[in-house]
Design a binder for this molecule. Sequence first.
Ligand code: HEC
Ligand code: HEC
Ligand code: HEC
Ligand code: HEC
Ligand code: HEC
Ligand code: HEC
Length: 428
Amino acid sequence: MLLVMAAADSVFAFHNGGVGDCDGCHTMHNSSLNQPMAKSGAPVFAGNAYLLLGSDQSSTCLICHSGSVPTDDYKVATNPVPGPGLPPVQLTPGGDFAYMQKNYSWLTSSGAQGSSPGDAHGHSIIAADFLYFQNAVYTVSPGGSYPSAKLGCTSCHDPHGSYRLTSATAGTFVKAAPGQLGLPIVSSGSSGALPTATGAVGAYRLLGGNGYAPASYPSAPFVNDPPVAVAPVVYNRAESTSDTRVAYGRGMSEWCQNCHAGLQHASYPNSTVQNHPFGNSAKLVQEVVDTYNAYVKTGDLSGTAATSYNSLVPFEEGVTDLNALATDTTSTAGPSVYDNVMCLTCHRAHASAWDSMTRWNAAKGAYLTVGGAYPGIDAAGAGSNGEYATGKTQAEYAKTMYDRPAAKFAASQWSLCNKCHENDQYKQ
Ligand code: HEC
Ligand code: HEC
Ligand code: HEC
Ligand code: HEC
Ligand code: HEC
Ligand code: HEC
């Protein structure tokens, strides 16, 4: 039993907040399976860049980070990609990259053609071994200049995990200067472990910080540090009975702005606003706080602050205290005026089933439920209208909502923008 646990432990701690075993990602003699052999049988040394195990950076990560079932928390891409009618199954906070290979199309009830191509579902990481290719719409990051041709896991995550927190409360990141030893990283910094005098913890999710640039694209180093956040230990799970709460602390929007600094949203559905507030100083005003806490679903404002949290509409708490954030991963409470809106209030970080990788269907189609059920091509009545079903079965739709039962929403649920701006009382 102990042996089994020890073995499981070593499997579960690969990066351990910093750099993992070199040979988990590199092959010293470039002898990986993808390596062509010369006719003589001698290896060709023009092999994979950086002596990586996969044909490219992201393919290397996906050797371990993809899978057909959500058994391991750290799986972020369903592989093989499920066929038409079947949903990707990984339910991590960042979202399942398999949506990048899911194309949906439909006819609306008035006969118009609608579509939601895979490319629009999130960050088009390039991972040739797993059939992920460059984004066809954007050549650079909207609002910035990061080339889509260079986008991969290591654009955002530092494969050698060098950013670290040495204080449990300050939220300032340290990176050892070349030729110097920093305080060693002794643990992942993503689940609430605290740094001590002898050991630091890694940056949240090994994200790159100020000065970070992968060796393959050194020309646009980040200017903002990683966000401070704490995720629950188990985070790849159905949210049918309870939410998976990442306690986002501070700095997520600023971190996204490493590549999207000048982002101006077009206009939102049903609004003419040119840009939505986001970031450390975009505090929730009292009216928004009251609305979030009271809002249960369309037409129901009977909620209370203690139980109002919904991971489909998360917010940042404005704090950098790892202990406080760890405690909040088990809280069901809603926000206060110290909290703020951020990019991940509306978006996921990797991918989703929806255009612009929004957390719910924010841009196309009006209702999230119809007749008390999720829409779907197999739904009864108006729920099968193309504009609601968006080319998905009801089971696929439920998965996009992280397996929440449709009964958690109103019979005709309106967009979750209303969790903060209650404008849907007339929709019922
Ligand atoms: C999680 C996977 C992973 C692990 C573990 C890993 N590397 Fe890397 N390494 C990469 C990737 C991916 C790149 C290419 C990054 C890029 O340019 O996008 C790279 C690049 C490099 C480079 C060249 C560029 C640079 O960043 O300096 C060196 C040298 C290197 N790794 C050494 C090591 C050593 C030594 C270890 C073990 C202590 C190690 N790596 C562990 C994934 C990994
Ligand atoms: C040899 C298998 C393996 C490879 C290859 C691998 N990972 Fe991981 N990764 C794991 C395991 C196991 C975990 C969970 C335990 C841990 O964090 O050490 C994990 C966790 C992570 C996490 C969460 C860590 C945290 O502290 O919250 C990130 C982010 C991540 N990996 C990114 C990457 C990236 C980016 C690459 C490619 C450059 C990569 N991994 C390559 C096995 C791997
Ligand atoms: C555009 C930046 C970006 C890219 C590209 C990216 N990640 Fe992430 N990743 C993030 C952020 C931000 C989070 C934290 C999400 C959260 O907590 O809501 C994250 C979270 C994770 C996690 C923890 C599980 C989760 O979904 O929250 C793992 C594991 C991971 N990433 C691995 C990868 C791998 C492997 C790749 C490439 C196939 C990749 N990431 C590409 C930004 C990125
Ligand atoms: C390393 C640079 C980088 C970082 C950091 C980054 N992005 Fe991006 N993002 C890109 C690039 C490049 C594109 C355009 C190519 C694509 O869509 O994949 C993009 C596209 C997008 C899109 C449009 C997707 C589509 O195809 O419709 C959204 C939404 C987005 N990013 C949100 C975010 C959010 C939210 C964060 C922070 C969690 C973030 N980005 C962090 C580089 C980045
Ligand atoms: C209040 C919700 C909300 C917040 C906060 C938000 N977004 Fe968006 N975003 C959307 C919606 C909805 C769309 C799709 C419709 C649209 O384009 O207006 C979108 C579209 C996008 C696009 C697609 C390209 C474009 O110009 O339309 C990118 C890129 C993007 N967002 C990045 C970000 C980043 C980065 C942040 C934080 C700095 C952020 N968003 C904050 C809701 C939001
Ligand atoms: C987590 C809460 C939250 C969510 C979710 C949210 N917003 Fe906001 N929104 C705010 C805050 C805070 C402000 C700024 C304070 C204010 O004007 O009420 C704001 C401002 C706005 C404004 C400007 C209002 C004005 O009077 O100037 C519009 C329009 C808006 N949001 C639309 C949207 C749309 C559309 C969505 C969904 C895609 C959305 N919001 C989601 C919190 C949120």
